[in-house]
Design a protein around this ligand. Structure first.
Ligand SMILES: *Cc1c(COP(=O)(O)O)cnc(C)c1O
Length: 410
């Protein structure tokens, strides 16, 4: 988003014009940023075989999936429905990895029917899987290396109390299950959580995975998950992808030499690919002075972007319809009957009723985590690429809200 002649634009498209055309609240995505982030990753790991699986739970509009496919990406999915959407988007089954947690063996069987790669994260299901498929269907195993990382307890998955993965301390048990059921383990996986800043954390996890890998002879890939930190606050540090790429490539090459085979390195970023590309545009309904603060009340809320309430996430806010207004302090809140604060004490160009505010970094875990709470419609979505803006999801209607309800006489 850039300011040009007093008008905020993406790739020459005026954001205020989009609001006029499609209404607010509105999600807007800049596909050029998706492309840039994808290429940054590919280039960072330039000299080894690397496969980027986009974690589509971050932003699952089918057009975004198709765009990632066009860039050359594969797909990371966490439910059978995401698998189905991925197939609909045109991904080949072999380019989809299915990494569920606590799903039934029936859902895993359904994924096998669809022919996608299966990643199993507990011994009970792994044993059942082995008893059914033996070595006829390859499998990946999710290891929990117990590395403490991540910006928030809710998004860190490597800690000792975590429900994710098979503990590295259960390696012997895992080997027994694999051996006794004759499983063909082609991949080892770890995903230590979100918002990991430090290359060292990845490298420590990698070392654990390299050690474990020596116990499995049929490996084709190692999957290091995701967790690259992206910039939300202007003072935030971010993962240095280029530095990380260099370090991991080096240790991965050494590992492959040791292992005696050139494996593929897999990453499954969500946030890194799509966080920055997205904005949630909202309209200011009310300016409300209280004894303590000035509220800017907008036509959206935690029903459309829950990250500030759920994770205490910081989302930068810009008043895009009064760019030269005097800066004042506001608390930006939603219209939901909860305390749904988007941002406390934000310095914004003077906000008047009717002004349009842009919430930044709304691409990842924005629309996909939205709901109909308070019987509100979920926003429309617009994708901008090479100067063209296209509506890729219409706003919901009252019919949509009622479409699954069954009215009965009681
Ligand atoms: C959510 C998730 C990701 C993506 O995490 P980000 O922080 O968005 O990059 C990757 N892999 C798995 C298994 C996940 O559950």
């Amino acid at each position: 988003m850039e300011l040009s002649n007093g008008n905020y634009q993406i790739d020459g498209v005026s954001l205020l014009d989009l609001c006029k055309e499609y209404g607010t609240p509105l999600y807007v995505y800049d596909a050029n940023i998706i492309e840039r982030q994808y290429n940054r990753l590919i280039n960072a790991f330039g000299n080894i075989k690397v496969d980027i699986h986009y974690a589509c739970k971050a932003l699952n509009n089918i057009n975004v999936l198709k765009f990632v496919k066009k860039l050359g990406g594969s797909l990371d999915t966490v439910s059978i429905q995401e698998v189905q959407i991925g197939l609909k988007a045109g991904f080949a089954p072999k380019d989809i990895l299915y990494t569920p947690n606590c799903v039934s063996i029936d859902e895993i069987k359904a994924a096998v029917e669809l022919g996608v790669n299966i990643n199993i994260d507990n011994l009970s299901i792994l044993e059942q899987f082995g008893n059914i498929y033996r070595n006829t269907y390859p499998v990946c195993v999710r290891i929990n290396p117990h590395i403490m990382a991540g910006g928030n307890q809710k998004i860190s998955t490597g800690h000792i109390d975590s429900k994710f993965g098979i503990s590295i301390y259960q390696l012997r048990h895992l080997e027994r299950v694999v051996k006794s059921t004759k499983l063909k383990v082609v991949g080892l996986h770890m995903h230590t959580g979100s918002d990991i800043l430090d290359a060292e954390v990845f490298l420590r996890g990698a070392d654990i995975l390299f050690d474990a890998a020596q116990n499995f002879k049929d490996l084709e890939y190692l999957d290091f998950g995701s967790g690259f930190k992206v910039k939300y606050h202007e003072n935030d540090n971010t993962t240095n992808i280029e530095d990380l790429g260099e370090k991991i490539s080096e240790s991965f090459k050494a590992f492959c030499k040791d292992y005696g085979k050139e494996l593929t390195l897999v990453f499954e970023p969500g946030k890194f690919i799509v966080s920055e590309c997205g904005y949630l545009l909202v309209k200011t309904n009310v300016i409300k002075q209280t004894t303590a603060t000035v509220f800017a009340g907008v036509d959206s809320g935690q029903n459309h972007l829950i990250r500030p309430m759920m994770y205490d996430a910081y989302h930068h806010i810009t008043n895009i319809s009064n760019p030269s207004g005097t800066e004042r302090i506001y608390t930006v809140v939603g219209y939901i009957c909860e305390t749904d604060t988007f941002g406390w004490d934000r310095k914004l160009n003077e906000v008047r009723e009717g002004d349009i505010l842009a919430l930044h970094n709304a691409g990842a875990y924005g629309h996909t985590m939205s709901s109909n709470y308070n019987s509100r419609f979920r926003p429309a979505e617009v994708l901008i690429y090479n100067g063209n803006a296209t509506l890729i999801r219409r706003r919901e209607t009252l019919e949509d809200l009622l479409s699954t309800q069954i009215e009965v006489e009681i």
